[in-house]
Ligand binder design. Structure first.
Ligand code: PEP
Length: 263
């Protein structure tokens, strides 16, 4: 279903009216985690000023440590909905448990499935039945084929509005948080008709790598990027070191404006 074999044209997925697919580079940005109404609105306004048309933000956070901030849950979803009301930006937010899909889908414009759940088949199937577009991150240890098969689980439930997201894979290299597999973008686009975006924040894990990796993503033909921003990263409850701040966002705005998609 997601293979390019029977789909000569690459697909465009619309999220609350915002297209992701060939011909555009969609900028999705926002806080890694929703913390407070002020922080989320602040991040959304920064993102929007930089050209972002979709707001990201996690209310359910899949953290490596059970002692780390796990997200605000439904209270976080309510904050996202208020910020959507205020800014007009449709929301992309993660769901980590099949039992929460209905709840998250009642607030979200797009469901995100994270790298740690890339082969959680019950979750993939539930997301496929939720009636909302799905952004599917590549498993940090997953091959491109496994990633496409995960998408197939969503598609099998009748939902072809799927966006693939390359977010870096686990390699021997520890200088970066993950290794951005930039070649996965054209490979996935050759094998599948689905749009492919890149997450330079979670792959590099460091603010100074976000702009160079964004340039690489756009140059290689990604259909969009998803980027962490935070008004005060030094106090962030999740992934502060990779969040862009105002100055970086001015650079990002220039980049998105000046670099049209290479088609
Ligand atoms: C995220 O985007 O908030 C996230 C946790 O990403 P990943 O699943 O790629 O680690």
């Amino acid at each position: 279903l997601v293979s390019r074999e029977n789909h000569a044209e690459r697909s465009v997925v619309r999220v609350g009216g915002v297209p992701i697919g060939p011909g555009t580079v969609t900028l999705i940005a926002g806080p890694c985690a929703v913390e407070t109404p002020e922080q989320t609105l602040g991040a959304a306004q920064m993102a929007q000023a930089a050209g972002a048309t979709l707001l990201r933000g996690g209310a359910f956070k899949p953290r490596t440590s059970p002692y780390a901030f796990q997200g605000l849950g439904e209270a976080g979803l309510r904050i996202l909905a208020d910020v959507r009301e205020e800014t007009g930006m449709p929301i992309v937010t993660e769901v980590v448990d099949a039992g929460d899909v209905e709840l998250v889908a009642s607030y979200a414009d797009m469901l995100q499935i994270g790298t740690r759940n890339a082969q959680n088949f019950a979750l993939l199937q539930a997301a496929g039945e939720a009636g909302k577009p799905v952004m599917l991150k590549r498993g940090m240890n997953g091959t491109i084929e496994e990633w496409l098969m995960a998408a197939e689980y969503v598609a099998q439930r009748g939902n072809l509005d799927i966006v693939l997201c390359e977010r870096g894979i686990r390699t021997f290299e520890r200088a970066t948080r993950n290794t951005l597999d930039i070649s996965a973008v054209p490979v996935a686009q050759r094998l599948s008709h689905l749009p492919v975006i890149v997450d330079p924040s979670h792959s590099g894990g460091s603010r100074d790598l976000v702009l160079p990796l964004t340039r690489a993503a756009i140059a290689v033909g990604a259909d969009g990027v998803i980027i962490d921003v935070h008004p005060h990263p030094e106090t962030a409850l999740c992934d502060g070191p990779q969040a862009l701040v105002d100055g970086d966002l001015r650079e990002l705005a220039k980049l998105v404006r000046d670099l049209p998609p290479i088609v």
